[in-house]
Design a protein around this ligand. Structure first.
Ligand SMILES: [Zn+2]
Ligand SMILES: [Zn+2]
Length: 337
């Protein structure tokens, strides 16, 4: 079978590998059918991921078909169409015991710490599989995982119907967050510096969009949300976007950060205390797959306007080049196997 491997930073190859064997009783052999390329795959390729190890088969946003099951598997059967939940956790540590396996002390993510989904077959434990019904295309279903990230953000930011939300960054994750929060009934403004991305945000239902190269974000936010944004989501992840998020949020507001930047941001205590802000991180997702699968099955969430390109696995180099050189022309790029 073919596998997309990053043997070391800066190198991306398609290798011929053995189809993995089912060895565990709770294991399931999945024929991968589609996988979305994520910003973090690009980071692993460039050696800028703070967590990845090498060599690595990348890809963590993937779906496929069950072809073989271990002796003790009961939740899925041959022929089921499944989305893979890419986190592996211990179930024993404090985060796991308190319902937050996404920050398990022994967390491993498929495609990051363990081989992932950009290969034709994978073996995963059955608890990592979530079946979905038949009429979603493979490409569409590849967007389920990024929407679980959005569901986690909604949860961490305690977003309610009617909340005024500002989303910094209109890349694929920012747009998934926009679509998810709009479904909850939040009113969302979106900021970015790429007009094409802002146009997508508008089409996906943003109440307003701001090109921060052309106009003042502060003025625009106050114009549309006179009390400030109740929730600000930093889907850009720079030291200065974090600072901006804390400045722009309303009293009793929430700031959600998703970035992995290690440079400190300057956040004065007074700003946090006087307005009693809640500042939280949001990483991966915890128990969000069932809900997101259901929303996809009911067509309340969908991948329309989010998938810009689909390539066969063997054209992974073209797909990566497109993502890196044409951010204005791309959104989610999906590989098919
Ligand atoms: Zn991702
Ligand atoms: Zn754990």
């Amino acid at each position: 079978m073919k596998a997309v491997v990053v043997p070391r930073p800066g190198v991306l190859t398609v290798e011929e590998r053995e189809v993995p064997r089912l060895e565990q009783e709770d294991g399931v052999l999945v024929r991968v059918r589609a996988g979305g390329i994520c910003g973090s795959d690009l980071h692993i390729y460039h050696g800028t991921s703070p967590v990845a190890t090498y060599p690595r088969v990348i890809g963590h946003e993937f779906v496929g078909e069950v072809v073989e099951i271990g002796r003790k598997v009961t939740r899925v059967k041959r022929g089921d169409r499944v989305v893979v939940e890419p986190i592996m956790y211990c179930g024993q540590c404090y985060p796991c015991r308190t319902g937050r396996p996404n920050v398990c002390e022994r967390l491993e993510v498929l495609g990051v710490h363990r081989d992932g989904g950009f290969q034709e077959y994978v073996v995963v434990p059955e608890r990592n599989l979530h079946p979905f019904s038949g009429d979603l295309s493979w490409e569409e279903a590849a967007l389920i995982e990024p929407f679980t990230i959005a569901a986690q953000v909604a949860d961490r930011g305690m977003v309610q119907e009617g909340d005024r939300v500002l989303i910094l960054g209109a890349g694929p994750i920012g747009l998934c967050i926009l679509a998810y929060l709009s479904l909850i009934g939040a009113l969302c403004g979106v900021a970015d510096i790429i007009p094409e991305r802002l146009e997508r945000a508008r089409e996906l239902g943003a109440a307003f969009v701001v090109n921060t190269k052309a106009s003042s974000l502060e003025d625009e936010v106050l114009h549309h949300f006179p009390d400030g944004a109740n929730v600000v989501i930093d889907a850009v992840g720079l030291p200065e976007t974090f600072e901006r998020a804390v400045r722009l949020v309303s009293r009793a507001g929430r700031v959600v950060v998703l970035g992995f930047h290690t440079t400190p941001s300057a956040i004065p205590q007074a700003l946090v205390t006087l307005r009693e802000l809640t500042i939280v991180g949001s990483r991966l997702q915890a128990h969000k797959f069932p809900r997101v699968v259901e929303l996809f099955e009911k067509k309340q969430l969908h991948s329309r306007k989010l998938i810009s390109h689909v390539f066969p696995l063997l054209e992974v180099h073209r797909a990566f080049a497109l993502l890196e050189h044409y951010p204005e022309a791309t959104c989610k790029v999906v590989l098919t196997m």
